[in-house]
Write a protein that binds this ligand. Structure first.
Ligand SMILES: C[S@@+](CC[C@H](N)C(=O)[O-])C[C@H]1O[C@@H](n2cnc3c(N)ncnc32)[C@H](O)[C@@H]1O
Length: 238
């Protein structure tokens, strides 16, 4: 495949790329039987028994490449719905010879909801998620009550949802959700903690993705939080 990002090179997605469109179709009546289409994405890795982490909206894949190289004993699945970016990441992973990182072309919110089994991911990473600033588009934001319920379900006990954004209005929206999902009383589905930069972040960086580096040059401030799954307090049913 050849895309704009490839600067004329043919991108080879065969070693590290997966596509939701190649999975068996979602059956009818999923709402009544939400487990009907589950699969185990850990089986896509050479060592499925290793800890598993998911990144939502990987962009050009900086986090996946940096953290995947530093942590070869962890399996990382990056989910990206823009085909050009997905192909770019998959080719980049192949060129780097990274066997513990895979890129999936999919809508991550749908993939989490219908495909990912419970209690399988140690971390869900969400960095510089699209803010969808217009009110009529807020429903497209990744952070929603339904997403937080899905994240809670797929995380292992004490597993973490790690979030960074530059966008003040989206952050206020997230804070509103966090107040209900991770109340300071500690008796919510999550407990809230400071965000700890991953080992791959550079000096002075929060997480070290492409968007952080771009926005840092523009002098924008960042917001970050870690929500840790509280296994004894499930979310209310949808
Ligand atoms: C603003 S970019 C940030 C990219 C990267 N995380 C970074 O910090 O450099 C957001 C990315 O998330 C992707 N994205 C947004 N919603 C998504 C979804 N529901 N599923 C998968 N990818 C999504 C977009 O295509 C885009 O590449």
């Amino acid at each position: 495949m050849s895309f704009g990002l490839s600067r004329g090179r043919t991108l080879d997605t065969s070693a590290a790329g997966l596509r939701a469109e190649d999975l068996p179709p979602l059956p009818d009546g999923l709402a009544a039987n939400p487990d009907a289409a589950r699969l185990d994405p850990r089986a896509w890795f050479e060592h499925p028994e290793r800890p598993f982490e998911i990144e939502i909206g990987s962009g050009k894949g900086a986090f996946l490449v940096q953290q995947g190289e530093l942590e070869p004993g962890t399996n990382f699945l990056g989910i990206e719905w823009a085909k050009e970016f997905w192909a770019y990441i998959a080719d980049r992973l192949r060129r780097r010879g990274l066997r513990n990182v895979r890129a999936l072309h999919a809508d991550a919110t749908q993939f989490l909801r219908w495909r990912v089994p419970a209690s399988c991911a140690r971390v869900v990473h969400l960095y510089f998620s699209d803010p969808w600033p217009k009110s009529r588009h807020h429903k497209r934001r990744v952070v929603q009550d339904a997403f937080l319920a899905d994240a809670w379900r797929v995380l292992t006990d004490e597993g973490e949802l790690r979030i960074v954004t530059d966008h003040d209005d989206y952050w206020a929206w997230m804070e509103d959700h966090f107040a209900r999902w991770a109340p300071p009383t500690g008796d919510g589905p999550f407990t809230r903690h400071n965000f700890a930069p991953p080992p791959s972040a550079g000096e002075g960086e929060v997480v070290g993705t492409n968007f952080e580096r771009k926005y840092r040059r523009e002098g924008r401030p960042f917001h970050a939080a870690t929500l840790r799954k509280n296994p004894i307090h499930p979310p209310p049913p949808n």
